[in-house]
Design a binder for this molecule. Structure first.
Ligand SMILES: NC(=O)c1ccc[n+]([C@@H]2O[C@H](COP(=O)([O-])OP(=O)(O)OC[C@H]3O[C@@H](n4cnc5c(N)ncnc54)[C@H](O)[C@@H]3O)[C@@H](O)[C@H]2O)c1
Length: 369
């Protein structure tokens, strides 16, 4: 079995366990779905699930400018016959015109300038993509009279640093610490504007720290792929802070489940809700697990927290998503983690080539600011 077949099988096995209701399955059949950012960590999993759901009479159109990885390459897109990949930019009228010729029914908007540190380093560019690009996409979606617009928002963007745990949807902080967080919150507000003014059926899904197959490590990427990468290379793991900080690490297919349900259940329309595991794991526990599984004996390297990283804990309440759309995360951290490692092993040569830790680019690498 090649790595594409394996990934597709992982998604299919997952959905066999989730057992979506028959009405959801028939709803998606034959639809034409746009996934922006479909070559990315989460999108590359979502498109497999959607490809199965829409079947031969539908299609999944991926719009991605491949900016997330060092070498522009669509390798993360599983070659399935009903997936159409368009290399293009959400800011480009030319690309959007091309895409919306495909008679799009639903839009899953996952493209983003990822993430916190990157947005500190490239503030204007992050706003161009995450705000201006998103407005342009919303405009085209509105003109195309799509059925629903599902937005990948972020839990770290909405609740600030000092909210009560578990984080509940009705609390909003205006004290955000990075342009990425500001942009992501702005994205939700634009969804709400299009919903109020144009009756667009929009859904804001607030993800918490994703991990799993599909995410290439890099200086601007999440901690789990980076720790796996460094451990597999026998390098020390840099811990920014004390290691007692926690995150609500969520297996990527649990997020995909939430998205698929958000695209179907009418109760999701006009709503915002968390999609997370609903469990807290400390950075040190996660780092010890990485070392154990990879057999790395390299030490931890303690560094000061980055200036914007003011969240000692992250734990989401997932009650609202459970109630509205029957969201139910099913993957235990250890199990999802093992899949993540397997994916790294299967794709190691490519991951080594694509992992981007070019010295001097990230101010986090330079001086911790
Ligand atoms: N990964 C997480 O832990 C997490 C947490 C909260 C929210 N989110 C949100 O979920 C979404 C997906 O996250 P991900 O981890 O898959 O990110 P990712 O960076 O892996 O994927 C985003 C994709 O968007 C593409 N892209 C960037 N700019 C673009 C542009 N101008 N036009 C077209 N494509 C463009 C990139 O090439 C990339 O493939 C993002 O919107 C992110 O903000 C992710």
């Amino acid at each position: 079995m090649n790595t594409y077949e394996k990934r597709a099988e992982w998604v299919r096995d997952y959905f066999k366990k989730v057992k979506p209701e028959p009405k959801l399955i028939s709803y998606y059949k034959g639809k034409n779905i746009l996934v922006t950012g479909g070559a990315g960590a989460i999108g590359s999993n979502l498109i497999i699930a959607l490809s199965d759901l829409v079947g031969e009479k539908g299609k999944v159109v991926v719009l991605d400018n491949l900016s997330s990885i060092k070498i522009k390459n669509s390798w993360n897109i599983t070659p399935l016959s009903n997936i159409l990949f368009v290399e293009g930019d959400i800011r480009s009228d030319v690309d959007l015109k091309r895409i919306f010729k495909e008679d799009i029914d639903l839009v899953f908007h996952l493209a983003a300038f990822f993430a916190n540190q990157n947005s500190v380093d490239y503030t204007e560019l992050s706003a161009e993509v995450d705000v201006i690009g998103m407005i342009r996409l919303l405009e085209y979606s509105r003109l195309a009279k799509i059925e629903r617009f599902i937005y990948a928002s972020s839990g770290c963007a909405i609740y600030g640093s000092y909210a009560k745990m578990p984080l509940q949807e009705d609390f909003v902080s205006m004290h955000l610490t990075t342009p990425y967080q500001i942009n992501k919150m702005t994205g939700e507000m634009y969804c709400n504007f299009f919903a109020h003014h144009y009756d667009m059926k929009a859904v804001n899904c607030r993800f918490f720290n994703s991990y799993g197959p599909g995410e290439v490590p890099g200086q601007y990427r999440n901690v789990i792929p980076n720790f796996i990468y460094w451990s597999m290379k026998g390098k020390p793991l840099p811990i920014t802070g004390t290691g007692s900080e926690t995150r609500d690490f969520t297996y990527v297919l649990d997020l995909v489940q939430g998205l698929v349900k958000a695209g179907y259940y009418k109760e999701a329309v006009g709503e915002n809700f968390n999609l997370a595991a609903g469990k807290e794991i400390s950075i040190i526990d996660m780092a010890n697990l990485v070392k154990k599984i990879t057999g790395s004996g390299a030490p931890f390297l303690y560094k000061p927290r980055r200036k914007w990283d003011t969240k000692p804990r992250l734990l989401a309440s997932i009650k609202k998503a459970k109630k509205l759309i029957g969201y139910e995360p099913i993957v235990k951290f250890e199990d999802g983690f093992m899949k993540n490692i397997e994916w790294f092993q299967d794709n190691w040569d490519l991951i080594e080539k694509l992992a981007d830790f070019t010295p001097g680019m990230s101010s986090a690498v330079r001086n911790g600011k």
